[in-house]
Design a protein around this ligand. Structure first.
Ligand code: SAM
Length: 286
């Protein structure tokens, strides 16, 4: 999927993210990520690990582990029936979770079309189990709301959902982010969850972020720090209609899963993970 041997498109970060998860299955608990291993992306991944931060394998594995276990608990204990993954890339949650779950994966049309074909092939030859899985192609910078709302509601009905958005907000601007969170609240009834991953502004002072920027400038296109969105805790704490019920980061998850952090803080892209729960008055419920 590369333009040429050197460059990689932003959405191809989805390949690299999956390959990180495959490098430590024990930590990520993603036993299907290796299906996405891609020789073009492998060179890019190795350069990234060497030139940006070698801790990126573990940060991505722990992110997957946290959301996998959080969704699993929500299914088992809290009546969640539908997982909606915004900017799903090549993540494999549907195949790691209960076959009773309905899964909706939303990403750019070229990503979902490619994934849909690959997944169908792997199901046919028995490499993946069958799942109730729906793909929707959308660009979050377009006017997607009305059409996407009816497509999702046709599948979801009035069932309780878990919405996931990870690895995406860094690439959206604040207006697109506000829009997407408003859209989440229009979709969810009382008790629904949103799991979100983002970076805080302080990351921009770290050595790892400086290296990331240099790397992207060399490999993707000319960008500056302000092109990458960071989000502070207050954004989540003050989300109308939601309560912030959990907040983790790479360091807290490392403790939780007894994982040894290898590099200095400065050299780690420390991502934060938030779990929000929808709280609406019953008479406002959809
Ligand atoms: C780093 S990948 C993360 C994929 C997946 N969430 C994961 O954690 O493995 C970022 C994903 O966001 C998607 N994305 C970025 N900007 C988008 C946009 N404007 N509209 C739709 N999808 C977008 C990309 O196509 C890509 O699949």
């Amino acid at each position: 999927m590369n333009d040429n041997g050197n460059n990689i498109k932003i959405h191809e970060t989805a390949f690299v993210t999956s390959m990180f998860r495959a490098l430590n299955e024990n930590l990520s608990q993603d036993f299907h990520a290796k299906l996405w291993n891609d020789p073009n992306a492998e060179q890019w991944m190795n350069d990234y690990l060497e030139q940006v931060s070698s801790e990126e394998v573990s940060t991505h594995c722990l992110r997957n582990r946290y959301f996998l276990e959080t969704v699993k608990n929500a299914i088992e204990e809290r009546d969640v029936d539908v997982l909606i993954n915004f900017g799903s890339g090549f993540s494999m949650y549907p195949f790691l979770l209960s076959d009773k779950l309905t899964n909706i994966e939303i990403d750019k049309p070229e990503i979902v079309n490619f994934k849909k074909n690959q997944v169908a092939k792997w199901i046919e030859v028995g490499k993946l189990p069958k799942r109730d899985l729906h793909f929707i192609g959308v660009d979050f910078s377009s006017n997607y709301e009305d059409e996407l709302f009816s497509k999702i509601n046709d599948i979801k009905g009035n069932r309780t959902s878990f919405i996931l958005i990870e690895g995406v907000l860094f690439f959206l601007d604040r207006r697109e982010t506000d829009r997407i969170f408003n859209f989440f609240s229009s979709l969810q009834c009382n008790g629904g969850y949103v799991g979100s991953a983002s970076f805080q502004n302080s990351i921009k002072d770290s050595l790892a972020f400086k290296k990331l920027l240099e790397f992207f400038n060399r490999k993707v296109s000319k960008t500056k720090a302000s092109d990458y969105q960071t989000i502070e805790d207050d954004y989540y704490r003050n989300k109308a209609g939601y309560e912030l019920i959990d907040h983790q980061d790479y360091f807290s998850l490392s403790k939780q899963y007894r994982h040894e952090v290898k590099l200095e803080r400065e050299s780690i892209l420390n991502e934060h993970f938030y779990l929000l729960q929808r709280q609406v008055d019953m008479d406002l419920e959809e």
